[in-house]
Design a protein around this ligand. Sequence first.
Ligand code: FES
Length: 67
Amino acid sequence: MKIKAAENGPYLIEVQEASVKRGDKEEKLAQKTIALCRCGHSANKPFCDGAHKKHGFTGEQAELDIS
Ligand code: FES
């Protein structure tokens, strides 16, 4: 598995299939790349909603390989 941290943005995870569970509700995700918030300002956590741009979040690009 590879997790990327976008420069000044979210964590990006490529998946075959994924779902999110919030309380009692579980939702299947249609997208193949999931963007997770790392700035703390998203109104749709755990996902990135683009709020990092408005808040001027800065963070280095990084890539993590997990085998
Ligand atoms: S990283 Fe995008 S809203 Fe937090």
